[in-house]
Design a protein around this ligand. Structure first.
Ligand code: HSE
Length: 336
């Protein structure tokens, strides 16, 4: 499986480490990284495969990667995507919820050139799920995006595959790791700004953490889920979105004294969606989800409530999401 990777931030690096460290678990995929594309650190293409160790070593400046007879550097990304002959494009650059560009063009170019697409970048799926899905079906390629919601915790695959046949009436959960981490640390007495800084250091926060703390990241995930599960085309301006930046230590204390806890709750139904901070009683299942852990509860007709709790952000946690999508593509290719 020849791979082209866009983005060498936290997630791209986490994925490279997994590729490097888990070669025996990945043997069935026979993965070979042939191209790496970054916005400011250069691009690399070697049809014979790049050296993972060296890509990781020179991740801050790919121009220092040693020359080989077949290596090409600094090609224009669209040219590279359409000519590199990879099987899968992995889009792991930062999420842009305004335009989703240039990632959106890159994913279309990949599908049009016969590549499957795996996204952890939320922008293209949040803004154009139906267009991308339609194109992928037209060209007979897979479009997977498990890592856009709850990192590698299989929130999307659970709903689309394991719960197939159930009617999902609603989902409700904690879908942003950064804010859940901040709220947990504030409960432990840490100041908001310190907790946010720590979340950035741990690789949970977006490049611009405003999207996290103001609720837009969780809202993007609601849009992705409502599109994928209910066929919706929800937009940000159709949702009530409120983050946690206004919550103070006094609010946290007041909730504690009432036997409650603040959580940023994301919700979606076939009718719409919302994101807002809510005070939950301590015996509520979502009240006890700590740190960057996320949770989602699907309300179904046949099973009642089904709840999934697991990692919501982080390098290896999101890197694993890419892996799970690659295995899904491999299963698909094996039955063709
Ligand atoms: N910034 C996101 C979060 C990353 O904190 O949940 C995972 O989508």
């Amino acid at each position: 499986m020849k791979l082209a990777l866009i983005g060498l931030g936290n997630v791209g690096q986490g994925f490279l480490q997994i590729l490097r460290d888990k070669s025996s678990e990945l043997a069935v995929l026979q993965p070979q990284l042939v191209a790496v594309i970054t916005r400011s650190r250069g691009t690399l293409w070697d049809p014979n495969g790049l050296d993972l160790e060296l890509v990781y070593q020179f991740r801050q400046n790919l121009r220092l990667y040693p020359t080989t007879p077949t290596l090409q550097r600094d090609l224009d990304p669209l040219t590279l995507i359409t000519t590199c002959n990879a099987d899968v494009l992995i889009e792991a650059s930062p999420s842009d919820f305004m335009t989703a560009q240039p990632a959106l063009d890159y994913v279309y170019a990949a599908l049009n050139s016969g590549l499957h697409a795996v996204l952890v970048n939320k922008g293209p799926i949040a803004l154009d799920y139906h267009g991308l899905k339609h194109r992928a079906e037209e060209v007979g390629r897979k479009l997977y995006f498990e890592g856009t919601v709850m990192a590698g915790t299989p929130s999307i695959r659970l709903a689309q595959e394991a719960l197939q046949g159930c009617e999902i009436k609603r989902f409700r959960g904690i879908l942003n790791g950064t804010t859940n981490y901040i709220l947990t640390q504030m409960e432990n007495g840490m100041e908001y700004a310190d907790a946010l800084r720590r979340a950035q250091e741990l690789g949970y926060a977006e490049t611009d953490p405003t999207a996290d703390v103001e609720g837009w990241d969780a809202a993007g995930k609601v849009i992705i889920l409502t599109a994928a599960l209910f066929g919706h085309s929800l937009t940000f301006d159709q949702m009530h979105v409120q983050g946690i930046s206004q919550l103070t230590q006094a609010d946290i204390q007041a909730a504690r004294e009432a036997g409650e806890r603040w959580k940023l709750i994301a919700e979606g139904t076939p009718e719409g969606g919302s994101v807002q901070p809510m005070r939950l009683p301590l015996d509520h299942p979502l009240a006890n989800v700590p740190d960057a852990i996320n949770a989602i509860q699907y309300t179904t007709d046949l099973l009642g409530d089904v709840t999934l709790i697991g990692a919501g952000a982080g390098r290896s946690q999101t890197g694993f999401a890419i892996l799970s999508d690659l295995f899904a593509i491999h299963r698909h290719m094996s039955i063709l």
